[in-house]
Design a protein around this ligand. Structure first.
Ligand SMILES: C[S@@+](CC[C@H](N)C(=O)[O-])C[C@H]1O[C@@H](n2cnc3c(N)ncnc32)[C@H](O)[C@@H]1O
Length: 325
């Protein structure tokens, strides 16, 4: 998934930098990914043997992280996926609100794929009593639908004409996951509310760094996951969403400081880039108050949408590190 702010390409940098800073001082290994997004960071550290606390305020992210971290054995999953893929199309809510053929004026999916999403989403409802399987199937649908969405990567707008990928037929594909025997925890909460209730060794913070609200940019994924009844608003059919304190210049630094103050973790790492709404100097000054501080930076490719894939634009990605006293 091409996720805004994804750290998928920075995983080895993050891992190496963390282990150099922490050295051998970690007996237990509880790692919290408090702004988990696509889940690649928590999943990476889970594969390295860490016990993960994962959290994100957005429901679609909770679904993805739950599926990646909590899925154990999935007997008969292939047969279930085949049966779901064989369901007849339904002209349901996704088709009615987000496809051109219904007259909605919105072009997020081809008409066939919109009706397929409706069929799959309603079919998945039959598994609601088995929470792990249900969420695993929902996550698989989110990833499969995202691959054929007619957008420039994010859902704040749709493209006028169907792009080639959006013309491909949607098939539900099983989400890749490695079954875990470890009891990870996954939350869907505001980071500043959750922080007082958790503790561990390493706290990894990757908050939004600009004004783009994830609830608006990924509203379609929340709608597929929730599949509830609401009145879509405006040209894009957005649903209502919570605004994040991390997306506002007036509140971002205070919110981050409050997290660091309250954190019951020995080590705290903050990912931020040099185009963010908080300056690196402000983060450094704030974090230095709470213990031993260092930072490193690495050049990184800026988030690219479908239409400007050819544009090359590098930014610096910082990792701010704190051993809390
Ligand atoms: C930069 S992204 C994280 C990307 C993630 N590390 C990855 O590699 O995919 C920031 C995430 O913070 C979440 N978020 C924003 N405000 C939040 C808040 N107050 N509490 C919890 N999560 C929040 C967003 O939904 C988004 O997924």
């Amino acid at each position: 998934m091409n996720y805004i702010g994804s750290k998928a390409k920075l995983l080895s940098f993050i891992e190496t930098t963390i282990s150099e800073f922490v050295k051998n001082k970690l007996p237990a290994k509880k790692f919290c990914d408090l702004f988990a997004g696509s889940g690649c960071v928590g999943y990476h550290f889970a594969q390295k043997g860490y016990t993960i606390i994962s959290n994100d305020a957005e429901f679609y992210s909770y679904v993805l992280n739950y599926a990646m971290l909590q899925t154990t054995n999935l007997d008969g999953i292939n047969e279930r996926i085949i049966a779901l893929n064989a369901l007849p199309p339904i002209a349901g809510m996704m088709y009615q609100q987000y496809c051109l053929g219904s007259g909605s004026g919105r072009n997020y999916f081809s008409d066939d794929n919109g009706q397929k999403i409706d069929a799959l989403r309603q079919g998945i409802e039959a598994y609601k009593d088995d929470e792990t399987l249900y969420i695993y199937l929902l996550a698989s649908l989110l990833i499969s639908a995202d691959k054929v969405a007619n957008t420039a990567s994010i859902y704040s707008a749709f493209l006028k004409n169907l792009k080639p990928l959006a013309q491909e037929k949607l098939y539900l594909q099983a989400l890749e996951h490695i079954p875990s025997a470890t009891a990870h925890q996954v939350y869907c909460s505001d980071a500043n509310t959750l922080i007082s209730t958790i503790e561990g060794d390493i706290l990894y913070l990757d908050p939004p760094y600009n004004r783009r609200q994830y609830g608006a940019n990924y509203h379609i994924l929340n709608t597929i996951a929730r599949y509830d009844s609401f009145t879509p608003k405006g040209k894009t059919g957005v649903r209502s969403y919570e605004s994040s304190a991390y997306c506002k210049t007036t509140t971002a630094l205070q919110a981050l400081e409050k997290l660091i103050q309250e954190a019951k973790f020995s080590y705290i790492f903050v990912s931020y880039n040099d185009e963010g709404i908080i300056s690196q100097e402000a983060i450094m000054k704030m974090m230095q108050k709470y213990g031993r501080y260092e930072s490193v930076k690495i050049p990184h490719q800026r988030f690219k949408a479908y239409q400007n894939l050819k544009q090359k634009h590098s930014i610096y990605e910082y990792l701010h590190m704190l051993e809390k006293f």
